[in-house]
Design a protein around this ligand. Structure first.
Ligand SMILES: Nc1nc2c(c(=O)[nH]1)N[C@H]1C(S)=C(S)[C@@H](COP(=O)(O)OP(=O)(O)OC[C@H]3O[C@@H](n4cnc5c(N)ncnc54)[C@H](O)[C@@H]3O)O[C@H]1N2
Ligand code: MOO
Length: 472
């Protein structure tokens, strides 16, 4: 048995992430670019945060653009200070200089006459001849007098260069201010704007079509017939994929007919030209697995990953020879997830997110924490099990992870209450309370929930509503 498999035809989690990373890199490289303006409509820079630069950008000019004052105070020439020194009461040394004029931020650079001070505001250009700024707090008179008396100056207060922000001390001309394929964060957007750059070429957001399936599934708000249930996966998938930074289109294909499914699938490709299609449901061993039936004929592979929930998986690049696709069409990746809502959600967090984050800086990577188990747990040997847990604070050491419900993949109510997915290893069978493991934080969890002290109800509910062994 190689490192990629755990036996029983199941692929290791890491190997599957690597396979997804490969197909997502191919599909996302087919994206175009678009030019966005920082000063376009709406608030400055709106719509640019979270996007990814298409090219490297360098500075045309230094930052700061000119020597300027770091303080409201007085620009002086250090060489003038000895002559300005007077002694009061025989010991305290003070410095008295006439005030030549005032420089406000935005004013043109001036010249400092010899033996004088110039009142200067934060950000105003340092006058020619001055080599230090003494803050107004060190003056007896403050602003508005014809002369200024500095008291209690230390040696540091009179050091040349003090409180002068030199041109280029932050960014030099030709410095790289944004790398190619770098995430546009608020600070980077601020820097681009500070450098006077208005337009930025960014990668187009990945276009993703999410498809929930199942003839028994109805849209929320509609009446339900016997044996029918509402579409949880449509909303869950769309919200997750929007959080990955994608432009999402969603559809529910309520058919068990491969022909009808294929036609609708092709229509979605034609309508949205996606780089990625994510489906949920219709891929396991049942008699009506339309996704598997239709897509395995179009170049998509189906198999089992050694994890629970989220075992059954499909992945691949759509065969360009198939209907409505031409060899020259950009590649489309397909990720087919299992239909149980918790399996869909867990697959998105444990498999799809890490693979996307590896190829797209706009997709937030999984956040992992070390946690201490709050109670004994069992886990099936040979499978990576992800248990839904609440995270609770301790006085010291890692957070405590307390299970919310059991391991079964229909327990969406429990997932919605959970903070994180506790990761139990393939070799774990009986894990004692107090053991330390990793957990993957779920979207929406923040320290404020952990720190405020969780309710503790997770422990009491652990096996509620769970009739399965954790194998499905
Ligand atoms: N004989 C076997 N049966 C099953 C196996 C197996 O290996 N052998 N694997 C089980 C596991 S594990 C999972 S997970 C599921 C995956 O099945 P599918 O991906 O084919 O999903 P469906 O059969 O379409 O649905 C499963 C389950 O989820 C409900 N569902 C589906 N879509 C939605 C939706 N949009 N909103 C809410 N609920 C949804 C559906 O009604 C089913 O109850 O297969 C096991 N079976
Ligand atoms: O995803 Mo299934 O557990 O693998 O329910």
């Amino acid at each position: 048995m190689g490192n990629d498999s755990t036996g029983a035809g199941r692929t290791r989690v890491e190997h599957h992430i690597a396979r997804l990373t490969e197909i997502l890199a191919i599909a996302l490289s087919g994206r175009g670019t678009e030019r966005l303006s920082l000063t376009g409509t709406g608030p400055l820079g709106a719509g640019l945060a979270g996007r990814v630069s298409a090219h490297r950008i360098t500075a045309d000019a230094p930052l700061p653009g000119f020597d300027n004052s770091q303080m409201d105070g007085f620009a002086v020439r250090s060489a003038d200070l000895p002559a300005a020194a007077v002694r009061r009461n025989g010991h305290d040394e003070e410095f008295v200089l006439p005030v030549a004029s005032v420089a406000a931020a935005g004013s043109a650079p001036q010249r400092l006459p010899a033996g004088a001070a110039l009142a200067i505001m934060t950000g105003a250009p340092i006058p020619e001849g001055a080599d230090l700024v003494i803050p107004v707090e060190k003056s007896r008179e403050g602003f508005g007098s014809e002369s200024v008396t500095f008291t209690e100056l230390s040696e540091a207060d009179t050091r040349p260069g003090r409180f002068i922000r030199r041109a280029g001390s932050d960014v030099s001309t030709h410095d790289v201010i944004l790398e190619q394929h770098q995430l546009l964060t608020p600070a980077r957007l601020g820097l681009l704007a500070a450098c006077g750059i208005d337009e930025v070429e960014v990668l187009q957001r990945p276009r993703t079509v999410v498809i929930s399936t199942g003839e028994e599934i109805r849209a929320p708000g509609q009446p339900l017939g016997p044996g029918e249930l509402y579409d949880a996966n449509g909303a869950l998938l769309s919200a997750s994929v929007e959080g990955f930074g994608h432009e999402v289109s969603s559809a529910h294909l309520a058919t068990d007919s491969p022909e009808v499914f294929a036609e609708a699938f092709d229509a979605l490709l034609a309508a949205h030209s996606p780089q990625l299609v994510i489906t949920a449901g219709g891929i396991s061993a049942g008699a009506y697995e339309v996704v598997r039936q239709v897509l395995s004929a179009r170049g998509i592979t189906f198999g089992t990953v050694a994890q629970q929930p989220g075992g059954p998986q499909g992945w691949g690049i759509l065969d360009p020879e198939m209907p409505v696709r031409r060899a020259e069409d950009p590649p489309v990746a397909v990720v087919a997830l299992p239909g149980n809502p918790v399996s869909t959600a867990v697959s998105l967090e444990t498999l799809v997110r890490p693979a996307l984050a590896a190829v797209d800086p706009a997709c937030p990577a999984p956040r992992r924490l070390s946690v201490r188990l709050g109670q004994d747990l069992e886990s099936p040997r040979g499978l990576r099990q992800f248990r839904r847990v609440e995270l609770m604070t301790n006085n010291d050491g890692p957070l405590t992870a307390v299970p919310v419900g059991g391991p079964s993949s229909h327990l969406l109510g429990h997932l919605a209450r959970a903070d994180a997915l506790l990761e139990l290893a393939e070799t774990d069978e009986l894990i004692s309370a107090g053991s330390v493991r990793e957990a993957i934080v779920l979207p929406g969890w923040g320290p404020q929930q952990g720190w405020s002290g969780a309710s503790g109800r997770g422990a009491a509910d652990t096996e509620a509503g769970d009739s399965e062994t954790g194998e499905a």
